[in-house]
Each structure stands twice: as C-alpha cells, then as structure tokens.
Ligand binder design. Structure first.
Ligand code: EPZ
Length: 417
C-alpha cells in the first residue's frame, strides 16, 4: 500500500489554487441522474471518491466523459436496468445520495446500506424518514435497502438533526414529487446550497437553501444543464490554511469563497494567525507565538468537523491547553493516537480532547485512519522534526487533488514511497 513521506521544517510559502468541492460534486453527480438532458459540470476535482461515484453511475447506463479543465459531460439513460453493485457502493458512503434521485426519476432503487466507517456508525434513519414521508415504500433485505415509489408526493418534514446527507437526499427527491415539500431544520452547508443551485439549473424549484427551511415545488421532469461550475472546496482550503499556520508560513489561496471558511478564519485569528481576504484570494500568515484555542464542532456555520483533526495537529505544539469538543461524529479522535506517536500530549474523554502543547513533534511512522485524519498527519509531518511516513495514503487520495504537487509548490518536502 502506498505511503506518503513528509519531511518537516519548511514553512509553506507561495500561492496554491483550491480545487472544486468534493462534497458538492458528489451530491451534484447524484442529482445529475435526474436530468433528462445533457449535463456539463466544471471544476470537478480528480480524486478517487469522484472516480468511484462516476463508475457507480456508469453502472446505471450513464455516459460520463471527462473533458478538459476538470469538466464532466453526463448523459443519463431513459430507463435503468442495473442497480449499483455492492462491491462499488461499499467503497463510497456518499453513494447513499443516489437514493433520492433514483426514486424520483426511476421510481425504484436498491442500494446496499453503506456501513459505518472510522468516524462513526453513520445511520440513515433521517434519510428514510424523509423519503417515506414523500411516499416511498422502503424495506431492508439482507443489508440492501429496496425502495419503490409510483409517484412521490410533497410533504412537510422536520429533521431531528440538520443532517447534510438527509437534507440533500430529501431535497433531490422532492424536486420531482407532486406538490410542495417543506423541509425544516435542514443543513445549511455551502455544499447543500450548491446542490440546490444546480437542481434549479436543471429546472427544479428549490427555495431557501442555506436557511433553516427549504421549500420545493415539485415539477414533472428535470431537463439539461449545459454548464454548472462547482464551488471551491472549503475543507481543502481550510487544510492548507491550517498547514500554513502550523509551519509558520505565508500562503495565498486562490479560488476560495472566504465566507465558506469564515468559521476557520475566525478561529485562526483567535490563535494569532493573520488571515486577510483579498477578493477570492485568502492570505494566511502565521505569527509567533500562536495562542491555544477551544473548538466545538457544529453544523455550518459552526466550526466544521472536517477540519477538527487538522486543528488538533496544529494545536499540539501551541504552548498551553486547547480543548476540542467533537459534536458531530462519535468517533473522530482516532488521529490523536497517531499524533501521540509523534510526541503530542492529547487526552481523549468521549467527545472531549484536551491538547497540551509540546515544544515540537518528531517524525514517526503513522497511519491514516480516515480522510481528514490523514490530512491532519500531513500537517503534523510538515511541523515535525525529521521525516514522517504516513501509510494508508489512499484515504488522503479520496479527498485531496494533487496533494504532493500543491504542497511541493509551497516549498514542502513530500513524496510517495
Ligand atoms: C457529510 O456527511 C459529509 N460527506 C462529511 O464529510 C461531513 O463530515 C458531514 O456531512 C458533516 O458535515 C459528504 O457530504 C459526502 P451528516 P453526512 O448526515 O451527510 C447523524 C469528509 O471528510 N445522522 O450531516 O453523512 C450522523 O450519524 C466527509 O469529506 C443521523 O443520526 O453527515 C452524524 O452524527 C466525512 N441520522 C451527524 O448526523 C441520519 O440519517 C452528521 O451526519 C444521518 C445522519
């Protein structure tokens, strides 16, 4: 299995361009299943999660072709014969976002339940509750969810938790339901808003994305969308911002929407990092000494859980005590054990991690346990004295487009072994 080696000690300096948002692109690819016409998507990151989703949708008979400048051309078939095979669905939890679109467009779907993963059990009860409220009949047979719906009908749905995936699945299904659907206590993440904008480009009538209530007037069919550019990836951007701060660097990030990373920018400024907005460029400059900060992960616009591990790495050498509370996933502190192998002092009690800053980290052999934990170990490796060898690098490749290339262009010494 591939390993990534990171030699520490070089402050990151220079400019880096942020790629398209993985979590927006995955949802928008699923929504494309509902389009009766052609779809052209731009700014799609070339990462393995996207490639797996493309392969899964191709199993439905879709014609999907990469074009220049990270664009994808998609044409769906009028009918679907095959359902996505278990071997592919199990690789990508986000394949669960096909449920709403396939029910809405084709009236049926059979998807093996995506298992839990390294960050939590990841139930789908809120997805099922919403789809059932729209009139879908769902049953579970040997780990496969089988759902049918002659025609979905609009409904009023309240989400017990503002789940990103449940919001997206229900919103997509409701676009082709009869009548109005009101979804309350929805997720407000930028990726949900991007999906809503894409659905409206297809001819859907979605209002209120980004607020607590989304209203959808169902239509009979969705047409083509010949050009839609996906938003920049705020989590990739945040990862480079943290790496710049952690290495005493000075980095300008291009193709960023500053509002989308504001929860992190505010936290970094609290830690004595300079963050300047220069249009769609974000300038991050570290100052000495950094200050310890407390973090509570929350649904957007709170601090994002997907940047929690990266901040834990940064805070591990900030003098003083930092408290991190992980409110979204029940098992997202596994990276602490790997950081402790590098000399970090972190005490984990349930949803709370207490980080005592140490003078420095030391390079070690460590393993990525999930995508963002892997990113955190890259940050730690950049900060550490000596070389860090990260195994299970395929986790990192799921969500970071050309990681070594981008880091090397900022002066980092990083390579595959
Ligand atoms: C999306 O996952 C993202 N993935 C995750 O990013 C991200 O961490 C998460 O949202 C939170 O922001 C994609 O968009 C593909 P949730 P999702 O449903 O939709 C509970 C990354 O690294 N819940 O908002 O699965 C759930 O257990 C990935 O890019 C239910 O209880 O997240 C969790 O505790 C990791 N029942 C909480 O809600 C449900 O039916 C948040 O989950 C659904 C969720």
């Amino acid at each position: 299995m591939g390993k990534l080696v990171v030699a520490g000690g070089s402050p990151l300096k220079g400019r880096v361009r942020v790629s398209g948002a993985k979590n927006a692109a995955l949802a928008i690819l699923c929504a494309s299943v509902m389009a009766e016409g052609e779809v052209l998507l731009e700014n799609i990151p070339e990462i393995t999660d996207i490639q797996v989703m493309i392969d899964i949708i191709r199993c439905l008979g879709a014609r999907i072709r990469w074009q220049e400048n990270n664009s994808l051309h998609i044409q769906m078939p009028g009918r679907v014969e095959e359902m996505p095979p278990y071997e592919m669905v199990k690789k990508l939890r986000a394949s669960n976002l096909l449920m709403g679109p396939m029910l809405a467009r084709y009236g049926r779907v059979e998807l093996s339940l995506p298992g839990g993963c390294n960050i939590g059990i990841r139930p789908m009860d809120l997805h099922f509750k919403g789809l059932a409220a729209l009139g879908a009949e769902l049953r579970l047979e040997k780990g496969v969810v089988k759902a049918r719906a002659e025609r979905l009908n609009g409904s009023r749905i309240y989400l017990d938790f503002p789940s990103v995936g449940a919001t997206e699945n229900i919103m997509m299904a409701a676009c082709l339901a009869k009548g109005q659907t009101v979804i309350e206590n929805v997720a407000k993440e930028p990726e949900v808003v991007d999906l809503a904008n894409f659905l409206n480009c297809l001819g859907a009538r979605v209002r209120g994305a980004g607020t607590d209530i989304i209203k959808i007037e169902g239509v009979d069919s969705l047409r083509e969308c010949l050009r839609y550019s996906v938003i920049p990836d705020r989590i990739e951007a945040g990862t480079y911002m943290v790496a710049a701060a952690a290495t005493g660097g000075d980095v300008r990030l291009e193709n960023v929407i500053p509002l989308h990373v504001e929860p992190l920018s505010a936290k970094l400024r609290e830690a004595n990092v300079e963050v300047f907005e220069e249009g769609d460029v974000l300038h991050v400059r570290a100052r000495e000494p950094l200050r310890p900060v407390d973090i509570k992960t929350m649904p957007y616009p709170g601090f994002p859980t997907d940047l929690q591990s990266q901040m834990m790495a940064l805070l591990s050498t900030v003098k003083g005590t930092s408290m991190i509370v992980e409110n979204i996933f029940e098992n997202r502190f596994r990276v602490a054990d790997e950081l402790k192998r590098m000399g970090a002092k972190i005490k984990v009690e349930g949803r709370l991690a207490v980080v005592e800053g140490v003078p420095r980290l030391f390079g070690a052999k460590v393993k990525a346990t999930d995508l963002r934990a892997g990113a955190a170990l890259v940050v730690a490796g950049l900060m550490a004295e000596g070389e860090t060898e990260i195994s299970n690098v395929y986790y990192i490749d799921r969500g970071y487009h050309r990681l070594e290339e981008k880091l090397s262009s900022l002066g980092a010494r990083v390579w595959r072994s």
